[in-house]
Structures are given as structure tokens and as C-alpha cells.
Design a protein around this ligand. Structure first.
Ligand code: FE2
Length: 367
């Protein structure tokens, strides 16, 4: 039986190689998250029952290899086998969507009239966005959510040395790879000032700056999503917002909080958003997450503060209405977030079951 691993399929999609990705999962799982550009056929139950006609009705494009995808890479083996008997070059995705959680792609942006160049690194399924931002021969990384080697290889491609690694907040939806990256690269690890984590770091406070010959980073404390949440303003033009502000929404303030604490955090978020919206409207916002699978299109997920101001209605509400709206719109809690928070507070990255812990799409935003 021929299979394909996540890294190979990821590379094919990034290079634009012809391939048909055939998602055979039940509809509710498909709706939760999927591989961008994939076809869907709800054949899961028929394949489980070994129905030889399970895929008979599927119309596949000619002359392209087909990669069958299921939740964990077992039923897709049956699908690939059935397609192979029809003479189709079919493969099964090893580990299925669970393994696809670690697939990533990038979008690159040069900043006009600036030596700064940004690589937005996107976990396509999970929606985590991290940033490698370089100028001259140095780079910083913000919110690393992938293996260190991904950032080290990308930095090498640009001739950058990673000198600083930042977190915007203690994450609840993915295991932070920042501590590991700082260790691997010899970079300094910066976290917002807080008493939550139990490992060494350099604390960042509101208004702190970090300057290199070509880059100026200014920290803006924006409590709300979490109490320590920090945004980073780069060269007074780019704003890395973590989970505080997104192009189409705002961060949820309820994780690890009871109802009263959620109301208090909502109030803090209201004031934090006010602070951010006071920046120039052409400031580019680079968020920490997106809630839909990220296509392999090289287009950065970003918006100006002016665009967000028009798009996200809730930020114009009065404080009382803002809090009321948030309390009404809080989405379901992400799976395993308590375990993820605990591991991130301890600075631990388990060797096994990472994919089980991080399973599912992102749920950090209220839109
Ligand atoms: Fe978050």
C-alpha cells in the first residue's frame, strides 16, 4: 500500500504540483477543518464497511495523483486501495488530519521603505500564525508553534540569525515551541511579565523597546484575552497582535476564567482595543491565529487597523454592550486547553501525544 507523509504532501501543495486531495471523512469533521482545495466525499461509513462501491460515484480529475485523507490515516488506506483497483494513482495520507495538524505554509512580505522582511508561518490546519521577522542579518520569531528546524531553515534561507524569540501570551490552543527555539538558536526568550510560567525568561513590560540597527520593537500591554497579553509594534508600522485582535474579530477572554473574571477581562480587552485603535489607521495588523484552513496561496493574513475598524462592529459598542455581546458570543472551549496551558506554563513539550493534544481547529476568536 502506498502512502504519503504530511511533509511530502505539504511540499507538493506549496510547489503547486498537480494532486487531488480526497477527504473521505463524515461532514461534521470536514466542517471542523479540512485541507485547503480538497474534494470531499462522505464515504466514511461505506469504506468502514468495506463496500467496494464506496467511491464509485466520485468524479476525479484525470491524470492527477489522488491523496485520500481521513481522521487518522486508517480508513483512507481502504479508499486508496479501492481507487488503485480502478487504475488510479492513489495514496493514503499517513496519520490523516491528526498528523496534518503540523502542516504549514508561508507568506512573505517586504515592508516598503524598510529593511524589514516578514515571513508569516501558518499551521494551515490549526490556524496558528507565527512570525519570522528579519532585517539585516538578524531576525526575531514571535509565537513559535512549529518545530525549531522550520524557523532555523527559513532564517538560513534569508541569511538571518535568530537573536530573539517572543511570546505574545501563554497560549491555550497549541503547545508553544518558543522556549525550545530559543534554546536551539541561542536566542533570548522574551515573555510578557507574569507569574504563570516556571522557567527562566526575560520579562517584557508595557512600553519596553528592543532596538537593533534596523528594527525597533515596542511592547504594548493589552490585557483581555489573557491578563498578560502583549502586542508588539515593529518600526511603528507593523503590529503583531497575538490573540487580542484579528482581521475579523477579537480574542476570547474566557479561558481559565469564571464568569466574573471573564467580565473583568472583557473590560480590560475593551480598553486594550481602544489603545490599539489609537495607533495610525494604516498600521498593519498581523494576528496570532486564523479560524479557517490557510490556503497555499502565499497571501499574508493581515489587515490594517483602518480595515479592522470598519469590519469588526463590536469594537464600536459602548463598554456595557461590548461586555454583553462577548458573554453572548463565547464559542465552545477548545479541546484539551487546560492540559495545553499547564504544559506551556511548565515550558514542556511532550515527546509523544502532541498531535492528540493539539487536535482540532483554532477557537481563540470571537467574531
Ligand atoms: Fe490565545
Amino acid at each position: 500500500m502506498k502512502t504519503i507523509d504530511v511533509e511530502t504532501l505539504r511540499t507538493w501543495l506549496e510547489e503547486g504540483r498537480p494532486v487531488t486531495v480526497l477527504d473521505i471523512r463524515p461532514i461534521p469533521e470536514r466542517v471542523e477543518w479540512s485541507i485547503p482545495g480538497s474534494m470531499h466525499v462522505d464515504a466514511y461509513n461505506a469504506l468502514k464497511e468495506n463496500d467496494p462501491k464506496a467511491l464509485a460515484e466520485v468524479e476525479l480529475p484525470d491524470n492527477k495523483p489522488v491523496v485520500a485523507v481521513c481522521a487518522a490515516g486508517k480508513t483512507s488506506l481502504v479508499a486508496a486501495q479501492q481507487l488503485q483497483t480502478q487504475g488510479i494513482h492513489a495514496l493514503s495520507l499517513e496519520g490523516g488530519m491528526k498528523a496534518w495538524s503540523l502542516a504549514w505554509n508561508i507568506a512573505e512580505v517586504s515592508v516598503p521603505n524598510s529593511p524589514m522582511h516578514i515571513v508569516q508561518v501558518r499551521r494551515t490546519g490549526k490556524g496558528c500564525l507565527s512570525y519570522l521577522i528579519g532585517a539585516g542579518d538578524e531576525a526575531i520569531v514571535i509565537d513559535a508553534s512549529l518545530d525549531s528546524q522550520v524557523y532555523l531553515d527559513l532564517a538560513k534561507r534569508h541569511g538571518w540569525q535568530i537573536t530573539s524569540v517572543f511570546e505574545t501570551h501563554i497560549h491555550a490552543d497549541h503547545l508553544s515551541r518558543s522556549r525550545k527555539l530559543a534554546e536551539c538558536s541561542g536566542a533570548r526568550l522574551f515573555l510578557p511579565d507574569q507569574q504563570r510560567v516556571s522557567f527562566p525568561f526575560t520579562a517584557i513590560h508595557d512600553g519596553d523597546t528592543l532596538a537593533t540597527p534596523t528594527m525597533l520593537l515596542t511592547a504594548l500591554h493589552t490585557p483581555g484575552h489573557t491578563l498578560e497579553s502583549m502586542c508588539y509594534l515593529l518600526n511603528n508600522h507593523l503590529l503583531v497582535t497575538g490573540d487580542t485582535l484579528f482581521p475579523t474579530g477579537i480574542g476570547r477572554p474566557d479561558l481559565e476564567a469564571d464568569e466574573q473574571q471573564t467580565r473583568l477581562r472583557s473590560t480590560a480587552l475593551y480598553h486594550s482595543l481602544y489603545k490599539l485603535l489609537a495607533l495610525p489607521s494604516d498600521t498593519s495588523v498581523l494576528p496570532g491565529h486564523t479560524s479557517v484552513p490557510v490556503p497555499f496561496d502565499g497571501i499574508p493574513i493581515a489587515a490594517t487597523l483602518g480595515q479592522i475598524d470598519e469590519e469588526v462592529g463590536i469594537i464600536h459598542a459602548t463598554r456595557e454592550v461590548f461586555i454583553k455581546q462577548i458573554m453572548m458570543r463565547i464559542p465552545p472551549t477548545p479541546p484539551n486547553y487546560r492540559q495545553i496551558v499547564t504544559l506551556n506554563e511548565m515550558g514542556l513539550l511532550p515527546e509523544s501525544n502532541v498531535m492528540d493534544l493539539e487536535v482540532g481547529a483554532n477557537r481563540c476568536a470571537i467574531s
